[in-house]
Design a protein around this ligand. Structure first.
Ligand SMILES: CC(C)(COP(=O)(O)OP(=O)(O)OC[C@H]1O[C@@H](n2cnc3c(N)ncnc32)[C@H](O)[C@@H]1OP(=O)(O)O)[C@@H](O)C(=O)NCCC(=O)NCCS
Length: 185
């Protein structure tokens, strides 16, 4: 994918959401290399730094309207503490899916709420999406609570979609519509 348009940098009270750079590898390895943070991810935790380097390299390539990852950076201090993305986008039907991952030592401070809120604002605002979806492991309580806090509706469960860690896992599908987002903001 090629760069199609300027990167849509976003800002919140405590965070800057910016394009990934190659010097984010060590910071992101604290996320992708953490088995606890990756417990519900659709890939195993990275064992080698080179795996994270490959992912960060891919993350520097963005295609607005298709697939885009933001590095989540603390406004105070400038540390990169994770990522938020949208992917599986269908601009004709105006829907996309979001994903997010933060470093474990930053959990529980409302930072995901800030970062994901900014990305939802972008999706329903600048991108003009009608629907945003999140696909979440049933046991991922933090992630479920996060989207429920934005008013996402649990729409269904896809059974045994992912074989990970020696077992089949289900996916819970959550959706939020533009009018539901608009009613809250
Ligand atoms: C999901 C994740 C991004 C949440 O990050 P966070 O910064 O801790 O979330 P916040 O502090 O903004 O909290 C958001 C909401 O989730 C709730 N929450 C967070 N962690 C929770 C937990 N372990 N148990 C229950 N609720 C939790 C918070 O209370 C808050 O809800 P509230 O506003 O109603 O109080 C983080 O846990 C993470 O990176 N997990 C690993 C990656 C992952 O699983 N990504 C999702 C894949 S679908």
């Amino acid at each position: 994918m090629r760069e199609l348009a300027p990167f849509p940098a976003l800002a919140t009270a405590r965070l800057r959401l910016r394009a990934f750079r190659l010097d984010d590898v060590d910071a992101m390895h604290a996320c992708y290399g953490d088995a606890e943070a990756m417990r519900f991810w659709n890939r195993p935790a990275h064992v080698r730094r080179s795996e994270t380097e490959r992912v960060v390299r891919r993350s520097t390539v963005f295609a607005p309207g298709k697939r885009l990852l933001w590095a989540v950076e603390e406004a105070a201090g400038g540390a990169c503490i994770g990522m938020v993305n949208y992917h599986n986008t269908d601009l004709a039907q105006r829907h996309a899916e979001i994903g997010y991952l933060l470093r474990r030592d930053r959990w529980g401070r409302g930072l995901a709420r800030e970062a994901v809120g900014a990305v939802l604002g972008h999706c329903f605002g600048a991108m003009g999406l009608h629907r945003v979806q999140a696909v979440i492991d049933p046991e991922n309580v933090a992630s479920r609570r996060l989207v429920e806090g934005f008013g996402f509706t649990q729409e269904g469960v896809l059974r045994e979609t992912l074989f990970l860690g020696g077992a089949w896992r289900d996916d819970v599908i959550y959706g939020l519509l533009a009018r539901e987002w608009g009613a809250r903001t």
